[in-house]
Design a protein around this ligand. Sequence first.
Ligand code: ARG
Ligand code: ZN
Length: 369
Amino acid sequence: MHGATVDGAPAAYNRAANELTLRPRDEIPDGTEFRATVTYTGVPEPLTDADGSKEGWLRTADGAVAVGEPAGSMTWFPGNNHPSDKAAYDITLTVPAGYEGISNGVRTTRRTERDGRVTTVWHEAEPMASYLATVAVGRYETGTATALGSVPVLTAAEKPVAARTAALRAEVPTILARQVELFGPYPFSAAGATVTADGPLHYALETQTRPVFPVSSFDRPTLVHEMSHQWYGDSVTPATWRDIWLNEGFATYGEWLYGERYEHVPIRTRYETAFAQDANWAFPPASPPTAENLFEPPVYQRGAMVLYKLRETVGDRLFDEILRGWPAKYRHSTATTADFTAYAESVAGRDLGALWDVWLYGDEKPARP
Ligand code: ARG
Ligand code: ZN
């Protein structure tokens, strides 16, 4: 680290493991806005999550891909790394000749420097949680399109996997238009997807506006899942990691709904299949026991089952209102499970405590689906 300023004045700093403390020269009165600048260089390293997955700054054969759910963003930039603390981002990347840098939001500039290096500037104007920030550097092929009449779409794929991913990448505008029908207005100003060759990245992630995929998980259901997260997770973000089913249950339900509407797969079948699997009942979706369990089947599948049961209980019309109203009410914001249950009850006009007790919080698998 080279230095820090607060409102332009040099600030004292101390770094102890994950915590960076700045001490501004002048006192900052409560409630006033201030600007902190941190200057640093380094060779970022990945970290290992509670569940054993590697994330943060991941080195690929000839570049890197950075993802951060839940913790990895702190391996490459300083910030208050909590899902409830969102900010706008401007990211500028300068990469070697022949390489591309990819990040979140709208690419506002791409220029070749005199020495052949390539500089791109990425602008994410809408509030973004730090775990949704991404960077990819490699030999990428990019494709551009327009969705919803005005949203710039930029997809990128590492050259060896570019040809075989082109057709699905080209579906992004169609999927987005269909999801707007299902979920309501798209919350962001850009869209796309980044596909890396298989390597150190082992999970797909709903990085804001431009989800990132290892090529082995770049299939339509996963693309639909990560794009569903743009409403459920990226725009409405869980206030704490314990509320993660608000992301994964909804994105899984988003896959089911897409399948029902556009691929003729009855949602009842998806529900019954999920109900029958023992792994989905290890714990209740709204209370994952430890950080190790955040991305396990009960969060995804049982989370989606909660929404299925809600639909069965309140009926299609009210359920649709809840599904669309939720990301509208908490757009670009954060929310808890209690916010969701209260919101659903307010739309339904009745107490749904019995439903939550069994499906969201209950330890036991119900006798019947
Ligand atoms: N949110 C990602 C998804 O769409 C999964 C992230 C997994 N992260 C982890 N540390 N295991 O399903
Ligand atoms: Zn997900």
